[in-house]
Design a protein around this ligand. Structure first.
Ligand SMILES: Cc1cc2nc3c(=O)[nH]c(=O)nc-3n(C[C@H](O)[C@H](O)[C@H](O)COP(=O)(O)O)c2cc1C
Ligand code: SF4
Ligand code: SF4
Length: 342
């Protein structure tokens, strides 16, 4: 029997690091099978501010915010997907990907779930792709907090329109990075242990998914039911309510952009990192944030001095430290245990 070594590419975006971590688990499992697996972190590959401030494809609640309070100062309106698909023009910066990716057998596209959909930066990137003539097999992958809604259908729709052959979806709920901003304190160790448990679960799901992928290429029948059944059962009413609930919570309870001016070193990192271009400088050159924030937490996570918070309700509360830090805390703990036990 001839064993063909699959060449796989993982293209991903990660706001706070969880999807990046999931991509690394997928790569590990693929390499164990002898596949060659390359990764492309959009953040390292592209000048993100240029990509995502171009014509943002917005989340449901930012579209509603736009209706309530238009961003008069900015030259672009938000777009919904249908409009964006109709008006999408090829981006010359990534036009060469059609050739660069021609050698891959399989490409995975991964993103966090934001408001039941892929993150706007992933959507924008996919919209900007040329239409591929060679039908490369593609799958989507996501990390989320338990409700991924339309993510898979959304990715299937865009990827198919871009000429890929969509073959499946892989996802994992890990840890509640989005809720970190409203917790009183963030227990690194507790969350680190949870991450270790979830990682085992993730590896099992990845294994099942790769059995299915293997069957696609090597012709062994395998029935893959996906891990998205719970979401499918929840249905539209739940999504609708959740989406408006998020809108209410974010815009009424967390609304605001607080800054400890004495801690801000005016480095502009937050301005540079905001995926929606929503942070401006005030008259004294301190950052101020627009109403349409999608709470991706990047400005908080990137601020070197921890000077930012969302509102009085979230002031002095935790921010998400990212999986690498959490795993380190959990590993240090088990090391301490072992040292104690001699
Ligand atoms: C703006 C925003 C919207 C989110 N919407 C959802 C959602 O609809 N469903 C869900 O399960 N998780 C949601 N989450 C949680 C993220 O999907 C989750 O924390 C993810 O693992 C983050 O991945 P990252 O670290 O790669 O950015 C949301 C998070 C943010 C910041
Ligand atoms: S202001 Fe901060 S949290 Fe809001 S969209 Fe921009 S980077 Fe994300
Ligand atoms: S990233 Fe932090 S320190 Fe830098 S300008 Fe923004 S708030 Fe100030």
């Amino acid at each position: 029997m001839v064993i063909i070594m699959l060449k796989v590419l993982l293209v991903y975006f990660s706001g706070t690091g969880v999807t990046r971590y999931f991509a690394s688990l997928i790569r590990d499992e693929m390499e164990k099978r002898g596949y060659r697996c390359d990764s492309l972190n959009l953040e390292e590959y592209l000048d993100l501010p240029t990509l995502w401030q171009k014509k943002p494809v917005a989340l449901n609640y930012t579209i509603r915010a736009e209706v309530k309070r238009p961003l008069g100062k900015y030259p672009w309106p938000y777009q919904d997907l249908d409009t964006a698909l109709k008006t999408a023009a090829e981006n010359p910066v990534i036009a060469n990907l059609q050739q660069d990716w021609a050698g891959y057998d399989l490409i995975g596209f991964g993103s966090p779930v934001y408001s039941f959909r892929p993150a706007p930066v992933m959507i924008r990137f996919l919209l900007d792709l040329p239409v591929f003539k060679k039908k490369i097999r593609a799958f989507s992958f996501a990390t989320h907090d338990g409700a991924q809604g339309d993510f898979e259908d959304f990715m299937k729709n865009i990827l198919s329109r871009k000429g890929f052959k969509f073959v499946g979806h892989l996802d994992q709920s890990f840890i509640y990075s989005a809720s970190a901003i409203i917790r009183k304190s963030f227990d690194h160790l507790k969350t680190g242990r949870l991450l270790v448990r979830k990682s085992y679960q993730a590896r099992r799901n990845i294994f099942i998914f790769l059995e299915y992928i293997h069957s696609l290429f090597y012709g062994i029948p395998y029935w893959y039911k996906g891990t998205n059944l719970f979401d499918k059962l929840l249905g539209m009413p739940y999504r609708f309510l959740y989406s408006f609930g998020v809108d209410f919570l974010l815009n009424n309870l967390l609304f605001g952009y607080g800054i400890h001016k004495d801690e801000c070193i005016q480095c502009m990192t937050c301005v540079q990192q905001c995926p929606q271009g929503l942070i401006e400088l005030d008259d004294e050159d301190y950052p101020i944030r627009h109403y349409h924030c999608m709470y991706c937490l990047r400005c908080l996570n990137w601020c070197p001095t921890n000077a930012l918070y969302f509102s009085n309700l979230t002031k002095d509360k935790a921010r998400f430290p990212g999986p690498e830090v959490l795993l380190e805390a959990a590993m240090q703990d088990s090391l301490d245990d072992r040292l104690r036990d001699g």
